[in-house]
Design a protein around this ligand. Structure first.
Ligand SMILES: [Zn+2]
Length: 722
């Protein structure tokens, strides 16, 4: 979640130009004003993007698309998803009843949290984590905290406790002070990252925020999950605190010269605007204590992972080479960078990826998840698209410099007028990603930009954007957090809800957009009040216009025990389920075909033996159906001795019936389908026999009968055509 980190990072200084939006757009033609009671919905800055500009934004999305990406086969929910992100003058984002959209996903349970949050009913929920059947849901603003649930049965989440931390610096800015929550692998410790400008208590002091904390990490002991206790405050230097914190265990394994290793449990935190802090975890009497491995405070400054923008990290013990890699989604400054941190005190940057190194503020690299298939390593990364307020510009939005606009970086800082992409990158060979230019001087970086861009384009496998073509706006429809489970990517999408994407093609290396298997915009009517945003909140007011004031706003979700746990920033905790049942079969309209084998058929005075074959094509899968294999279910055969212009049909017992119209055959069922036979025993006079055959398939399609004539003369079969 970037928006308020921005305050702490690169854009901290830019804040001086960010003015309150409480009075809404002051520009002719922009029909919005947040000062109007309830004027949220389809109004606000975003409404200005709903028309032609939005359409242009959608077409401009090719700027981020994968080159040579195959036309995407639609998924079962692609079509429905095009209608699930409503927008326009008549639409209100704060009316949950206007957001009942779902396709192959359903709500299993909902905890409205009205009881648990009754003393602070309008807080905003944020990041989530689930370990050892404990779910942690962070309260991000205007107070930091964590809600703990027992999710051993995710269909019935049980509330355990609430941890209250510090107040946000509301007088200064609407910063999200509870920025990220992570659980230790055993679920017995929680880490809450605190974004805060100072270590001083914040006014207005709320008695429910028992632990006044400064920028850093609250270490919360969960030995008794009904009674969370802060056992340590771990201060971290950063511009406004810590945005994300993650625990990770580096396993024992081979090490040697050039491949150092320091096994153990660590906690990795983002020092906003500075780099990455790594702390060693020691357990004393069962309680976890953090001590710094390296950060800016240590003597060896060069041993700090310096990256002027760090948004989120992903740490993985790599199955390909056994090393432990830290992937950094680096906000505005670059796409992502990768570090080998198998020995955290002797880390090494191994890769960088950035599609648009020539642009400074075009999109915001947000989160990373990595998976491996058939010896290949795939990185997934959504980018947030946002719009920032700047009333000095004609549009009222922060605009890019003329140079950046001329370079094709877009019009607005954050490209919130474009749909947000989720990229899938083949990172099997780190050396084939771009040359890392993050720590070089600007001119050196510029010199390698073209190489970095080319390598990044080559490594890009696929790009997904929402099928509605909705621009991110003020994060309203921006992609957010993702989780890879098998060949599926689960993605939280703020006001767009939760998506389940089929990425099997991309994970097989094919340049094919993931398709929509399911989605839901959770819409339980039991809601909490929206966070009041009085004009002139804080010294600087709102950073965004209408965010997070929609219902719902899904910040994060976690797949757990076959369910999806999703916290609504302005609502409660949902348990959702993706409907994995088979899709309906495609509509098979093709008739089967049967044929008589003259060669293998025999007509004799005492026996008629007919052989033949039959086939059926079935149908192939469409967006919302699965393929149906061809299947002949039945072959019918009518055998008649021709008597003048009429026919005497042979019964199953081998008797010739009375003469009747040849067009009214008496069918008998043949044995078999693909290969069929019909044997009739009786006493058959010589003459011309007329054979009618027709097949039927599993979908009920019936072939039009076709006929052949055979002659029975003496003891041999004489073959002629009809
Ligand atoms: Zn809406």
């Amino acid at each position: 979640m970037s928006r308020r980190l921005l305050l702490c990072g690169v854009l901290l200084l830019a804040l001086t130009v960010v003015l309150p939006t409480a009075t809404g757009g002051a520009h002719p033609g922009e029909a919005h004003s947040l000062a109007e009671p309830g004027a949220i919905g389809g109004k606000g800055v975003f409404s200005n993007l709903a028309g032609a500009r939005q359409a242009r934004a959608a077409t401009a999305l090719t700027r981020f698309a994968t080159t040579r990406q195959a036309p995407a086969p639609a998924g079962p929910c692609t079509e429905a998803a095009t209608k699930s992100m409503p927008l326009g003058a008549g639409h209100r984002h704060d009316d949950i009843a206007s957001h009942a959209f779902a396709c192959r996903m359903q709500q299993v349970a909902y905890v409205p949290l009205t009881e648990q949050l009754k003393d602070r009913p309008n807080v905003i929920l944020g990041e989530m984590d689930v370990k050892a059947d404990i779910a942690a849901i962070e309260i991000t603003y205007p107070q930091a905290g964590v809600l703990f649930f027992d999710v051993s049965d995710p269909a019935q989440p049980k509330f355990l406790s609430r941890y209250n931390a510090t107040e946000c610096d509301q007088l200064l800015e609407d910063i999200n002070c509870g920025a990220f929550v992570d659980l230790a692998p055993d679920g017995k410790t929680a880490y809450l990252s605190i974004q805060k400008l100072t270590i001083l208590p914040t006014l207005p002091l709320n008695p429910n925020a028992l632990n006044q904390a400064g920028p850093g990490v609250d270490v919360i002991d969960l030995a008794n999950p009904r009674k969370p206790v802060r056992t340590q405050f771990y201060p971290i230097l950063g511009l406004g605190g810590v945005h994300t914190v993650r625990s990770h265990t580096i396993p024992a394994g081979p090490s040697g010269p050039g491949r150092p290793r320091a096994a153990g449990e660590y906690v990795i935190s983002n020092q906003n605007g500075i780099g990455i802090d790594i702390a060693k975890v020691t357990k004393i009497a069962g309680k976890r204590i953090l001590t710094t491995v390296r950060n800016l405070l240590s003597r060896d400054l060069t041993a700090t992972i310096v990256n002027n923008e760090v948004h989120d990290t992903f740490i993985q013990n790599d199955p390909l080479d056994g090393r432990t890699y830290l992937y950094n989604a680096a906000g505005f400054s670059t796409g992502f960078s990768v570090y080998d941190i198998t020995d955290p005190s002797r880390f090494k940057q191994v890769a960088e990826w950035d599609l648009t190194p020539e642009c400074e503020d075009d999109w915001y690299a947000h989160t990373i998840d990595v998976t491996h298939r058939d010896g290949r390593r795939y990185v997934t990364m959504p980018a947030e698209m946002l719009l920032l307020v700047d009333k000095k510009t004609p549009t009222g939005l922060a605009e890019m410099s003329a140079e950046d606009q001329a370079a094709g970086c877009g019009t607005f800082v954050g490209n919130g007028d474009k749909p947000g992409p989720l990229w899938i990158v083949d990172a099997t060979d780190f050396s084939k990603l771009g040359p890392a230019n993050d720590r070089k001087t600007p001119s050196e970086a510029q010199a390698t930009d073209a190489t970095l861009k080319k390598a990044s384009q080559d490594a890009l496998v696929a790009t997904w954007t929402n099928p509605a073509g909705r621009a991110g706006g003020s994060l309203t429809f921006s992609p957010h957090n993702q989780q890879i489970v098998g060949d599926k990517i689960y993605l939280s999408h703020y006001h767009g809800g939760v998506y389940v994407l089929d990425a099997s093609a991309a994970f097989a290396g094919r340049r094919e957009r993931p398709k929509e298997l399911g989605f839901i915009v959770p819409h339980d009517k039991r809601t909490r009040p929206l966070l009041g945003q009085p004009p002139l909140t804080g010294l600087l007011g709102r950073f965004f216009t209408d965010f997070p004031l929609g219902r719902p706003e899904i910040w994060d979700m976690v797949v757990h025990r076959g369910h999806v746990l999703a916290a609504d920033m302005t609502g409660g905790l949902y348990t959702l389920k993706y409907d994995d049942s088979p899709l309906p079969l495609c509509a098979d309209a093709t008739r089967p075909r049967a044929a008589l084998s003259r060669k293998r058929s025999r007509l004799r005075a005492d026996r008629i033996l007919l052989h033949g074959s039959a086939s059926d094509r079935g149908c192939s899968a469409a967006a919302a159906t699965r393929s149906r294999r061809g299947a002949v279910s039945k072959v019918s055969v009518a055998v008649a001795r021709v008597a003048g212009t009429r026919c005497r049909f042979v019964s199953a017992r081998g008797r010739l019936g009375k003469p009747r119209a040849c067009s009214k055959p008496v069918y008998l069922r043949a044995k078999g389908t693909k290969r069929w036979r019909l044997q009739l025993k009786g006493s058959f006079p010589a003459g011309t026999y007329r054979i009618a055959i027709r097949a039927r398939d599993g979908a009920g399609n019936r072939e039009r009968a076709k006929t052949a004539t055979l002659r029975l003369s003496g003891r041999s079969v004489d073959k002629t055509d009809a």
